[in-house]
Design a protein around this ligand. Structure first.
Ligand code: NAD
Length: 473
């Protein structure tokens, strides 16, 4: 291949690892972060906070404007707003919609664009491919491209590398560096996680791995696990998330089984957790968010291509995806117990975010709970402290818990937000349309206290007891 673009003799990939570290330490290194969302914005802000010159590039002009005003749109990421405000004010972080220009002016490019799955559960890599085409067109010899977006094993080598090489007429590992450093942070804790959780890096060659590892070690102060190649780094990222998804599915399976056997699954899991080698996972309304519900499919697709179908991973997805229907079953049972039906009842869903204390409903299982309840003829009210007064799933979220619960025939706990862990159950019992039902899909209250407040109780994985049986148990 003939190099087309101008050679940058000072390109960081052409430096020795110790020269690159000097560049990181003396604040002369520069980075473009492509995609300024939940992951990209804190990544850009943390690199800027470490004294690197950072350009954040995003195709959404509104995102660019707000960041250049020093504003942060993620209200649930403690500490991020201050870092964005400070780094923008001091000139270390600026945003642009011109991805090409940003790439042409910096040493390194970090890709943080979305990688969802489509309605057929097939990974949609159009954003990473589109971003790579734009990056490739401006890429110069000596630059390094780092993939932080979550992709299937082999995607960097077989999809992204060819796109970058085709567009730049340069060779990965010779003219420019290419590495994977999948993001492992937990929404709601992204800033503390970025400072402490070790990074996994897999690069096209050892020299690139050395420079990229020293970037994360020096700028973020974290340890680095060096994987053999990008493919292995991405397999590590997926395996840790799939481990969680499969374990939650197992907890959900125990819940469904033990409910029928009259055994309390939460008690069983808590009992098991007293053993040294048991890792407790708890059942619930299902699994949501941008990672767990989709990450399995990146691996399932690769498995099928290789002729090895990952049955357990696929089955775990099915079990977790079925949990919203089980919540509806519990709502129906509990309402029947007080002589009511789903049709014609008012149901107050408390919490719709996919995770406690997070303002995010991406792939939240509560969307299906709300939709199915409406389809079955319930009037659904939502209260979620993160979305008070906003529209979610086409429903206007009430401004207070009391507004949502007033006159309700059934309360459903959909998300274990902090506010719901200290519910005044007796107070709620005076607001509902008595007799009323209470379905706890997140284990925020004990069956005993809910029933003592006069509700017909059901909980995912909880032993079903009538008020009389509970009094004598
Ligand atoms: N959110 C999480 O909890 C989390 C955790 C770990 C890993 N990840 C992974 O990180 C990646 C990014 O996810 P996110 O949650 O930050 O997404 P997000 O939707 O919050 O933000 C993505 C941003 O990228 C921008 N964008 C889209 N296409 C672009 C393009 N071609 N060029 C420039 N900008 C573009 C969008 O405008 C948006 O601002 C995904 O692969 C995701 O799976 C996410």
């Amino acid at each position: 291949m003939k190099p087309k673009n101008k050679v940058r003799s000072e390109g960081i990939f052409h430096l020795t690892a110790s020269e690159a570290v000097r560049r990181f330490k003396n604040g002369k290194a520069s980075i473009t972060v492509v995609g300024l969302g939940r992951i990209g914005l804190p990544t850009a802000a943390m690199f800027a906070n470490a004294g690197l010159r950072v350009v954040g590039a995003d195709i959404n002009p509104a995102v660019v404007v707000s960041i250049n005003e020093g504003k942060c749109r993620f209200v649930d990421e403690p500490g991020l707003d201050k870092i964005v405000e400070r780094t923008v004010k001091r000139g270390y972080l600026k945003a642009t919609a011109d991805v090409s220009k940003a790439v042409s002016e910096t040493d390194m490019v970090v890709i943080c664009v979305p990688t969802p799955v489509d309605h057929n559960k097939t990974p949609d890599y159009s954003a990473v491919i589109g971003a790579s085409e734009t990056i490739g067109k401006s890429l110069k010899s000596g630059q390094i491209v780092i993939m932080e977006s979550t992709v299937g094993p082999g995607t960097v080598e077989e999809v992204i590398k060819p796109v970058l090489e085709r567009e730049s007429h340069l060779r990965a590992g010779i003219d420019f560096g290419l590495a994977s450093c999948p993001e492992r942070s937990d929404p709601g804790n992204i800033i503390p996680n970025m400072k402490t959780v070790p990074r996994v890096i897999g690069a096209v060659n050892e020299h690139c791995e050395e420079i990229v590892a020293s970037l994360y070690e020096n700028a973020l102060g974290v340890k680095v696990f060096r994987a053999s190649n990008p493919k292995t780094a991405n397999a590590i990222k997926l395996t840790e998330n799939l481990f969680r998804d499969v374990n939650i599915a197992l907890a959900n399976e125990f819940a469904l089984l033990f409910e029928k056997l009259g055994i309390d699954a939460i008690e069983v899991i808590n009992g098991c957790a007293t053993k040294y080698n048991f890792m407790p996972h708890y059942p619930g309304a299902g699994v949501g968010g941008p990672c767990l519900p989709s990450n399995s499919y990146y691996l399932i697709v690769e498995g099928i291509k290789s002729g090895n179908i990952p049955y357990l991973i696929r089955m775990a997805r099915e079990i977790n995806d079925r949990m919203p229907d089980h919540v509806i079953e519990l709502v129906s049972e509990a309402l029947n117990e007080v002589g009511k039906t789903v049709r014609g009842s008012k149901v107050a869903v408390l919490g719709v975010a996919y995770k406690p204390d997070i303002k995010d409903v991406q792939l939240s299982p509560l969307e299906r709970v709300c939709k199915n309840l409406k389809d079955l003829g319930s009037a659904v009210d939502i209260y979620d402290p993160m979305f008070a007064g906003e529209q979610v799933f086409g429903i206007a979220v009430k401004r207070s818990l009391a507004q949502a619960v007033k006159g309700a025939d059934c309360i459903v706990i959909g998300t274990a937000h902090s506010e719901f862990k200290k519910l005044d159950l007796n107070g709620l019992s005076h607001l509902v349309s008595s007799p009323a039902a209470f379905v706890d899909a997140r284990n925020v209250a004990t069956p005993k206290e809910v029933m003592a407040a006069g509700f017909a109780y059901r909980g995912v994985g909880r032993r079903f007891l009538t008020p009389t049986a509970e009094a004598t148990s």
